[in-house]
Design a protein around this ligand. Structure first.
Ligand SMILES: *Cc1c(COP(=O)(O)O)cnc(C)c1O
Length: 430
């Protein structure tokens, strides 16, 4: 069996909310010094996603309209067996990968973009604002807005804006407006530019700008592509489908690997399986792969911090490198974030998820091996997960164990060819 597919009718009807099954209570997001931030939330988010953000319900219905758009963009996605990679590694392990790269925008991010655009429109929004690092989230939200009839403004981290010009083209094709951040559109952007006109930008800064923009008009809502509970909730379609796909072949994963920026593809893939681990029905290891240059889980502190640089978000309890940390401009732009989803952070803190670091030269080597053996060119972010999956498969080679390894294949790398080219030409420094 090379690929396990599900019919359209098996597109999930409910999202899974792991908050209902956590081993300890999730620490609440808290009021900040100025006391303003929580009051701001209803101005920038629709009441529907705020309800989901706080919800304790285990299962949350996916509205029919959202399910239909999920199907329109290709859900359910297939689960592939990486037979070529297994052969290359000469491992007894079985490696599976859940293909979120097959979405039209090339990543998992459309799963929440569609849901957020739908709820914002239902709450009366005409335009959405957001930030984007590498450009995948901006592309996903631009497409979701286009499909659902909304305008979209994307603040794109300045270095990525320069490094990845074709991402801008994708967003423009989907009618998104793209502004390099820091920008002169907002007070916060102007302040940063005054201090350093060539500031490379960061996700934290772009978030601050997008929130400031959304606060100025009640028909404008803000959306976040990762980190928050409702985003991870929407992404559980990945794991729910994968679980069904494993049931079809009468197997379960022994190791589940995903890369983590803010934690959404990992959480989405992992939580439906984590449910069974918490209840004692599944014996599976959960591994979260992060870049060595932005080692949030492995070197960060578990404490309250802001989600953005300016401190406009509520304080969240998470692993953090500090909200003013500016990560180096690595090619895996989607993993350059100082914090981590509070839900993923809590499970790491409880010892149910383990963080692993991967460095930049390894990821492109990994991407090349994967392309050679499976045909798919992975996103640099996704390569982190594959690398950790390969490490596990090589351990199996030593021990002879036939483990099932599930990789959350978050996206393809066809818009990351500059990074691959730098690697092939030997221009990568770290
Ligand atoms: C955005 C992105 C990531 C990182 O974001 P998470 O919220 O941690 O999933 C990983 N892979 C790809 C392809 C992405 O686009």
């Amino acid at each position: 069996m090379y690929k396990i597919t599900l019919p359209e009718k098996d597109t999930p009807k409910k999202w899974y909310n792991i908050v209902a099954d956590l081993p300890v209570e999730l620490p609440a997001s808290s009021q900040t010094k100025e006391g303003q931030q929580l009051e701001n939330l209803p101005k920038i988010f629709s009441k529907y996603v705020l309800e989901q953000e706080m919800s304790q319900e285990r299962w949350i219905d996916i509205p029919k309209e959202i399910r239909n758009v999920y199907k329109q963009v290709g859900r359910p996605t297939p689960l592939f067996r990486a037979t070529g990679l297994e052969k290359y590694l000469d491992t007894p392990a079985k490696i599976y990968y859940k293909r979120e790269d097959m979405s039209p925008v090339g990543s998992h991010k459309l799963n929440t973009a569609i849901a957020q655009a739908y709820y914002a429109k239902k709450a009366g929004a005409e335009r959405l604002t957001t930030e984007t690092g590498a450009g995948q989230w901006g592309s996903a939200l631009s497409l979701a807005c286009s499909l659902l009839g909304l305008e979209c403004t994307v603040y794109m981290v300045n270095v990525s804006f320069k490094q990845k010009p074709y991402r801008k083209t994708v967003m423009h094709l989907y009618n998104g407006e793209v502004i390099p951040s820091p920008s002169d559109r907002t007070d916060f952007g102007r302040k940063i530019l005054k201090e350093d006109p060539n500031h490379p930008g960061s996700l934290g800064i772009a978030i601050s700008e997008a929130i400031e923009d959304a606060l100025t008009d009640e028909k404008v809502f803000y959306t976040l592509g990762s980190v928050l509970n409702h985003v991870l909730l929407h992404q559980t379609v990945i794991g729910l489908e994968a679980k069904k796909q494993f049931e079809l072949i009468d197997e379960t994963p022994d190791v589940l690997v995903g890369c983590v920026g803010g934690g959404s593809n990992f959480g989405g893939a992992a939580f439906p399986f984590m449910k069974d681990k918490i209840s004692g029905d599944l014996d599976c290891e959960f591994l979260a792969a992060e870049p060595s240059s932005c080692p949030t889980l492995t070197q960060g502190e578990y404490r309250y911090d802001y989600g953005d640089t300016a401190g406009l978000t509520p304080l969240m309890k998470m692993y953090t490198l500090g909200h003013d940390f500016v990560p180096p401009s690595v090619h895996a732009g989607g993993l350059r974030y100082h914090g981590m989803a509070p839900l993923v952070a809590l499970l790491v803190n409880q010892g149910l998820i383990e963080g692993r670091t991967v460095n930049q030269t390894e990821i492109f080597k990994t991407g090349k091996i994967f392309a050679n053996t499976e045909g798919v060119i992975p996103a640099p972010e996704t390569c982190h997960a594959i690398k950790v999956g390969i490490d596990e498969a090589l351990k199996c080679k030593k021990t002879g164990e036939e483990k099932n390894i599930l990789i959350s294949f978050s996206g393809h790398g066809l818009l990351d060819l500059q990074g691959y080219d730098d690697f092939i030409e030997g221009h990568l420094t770290q």
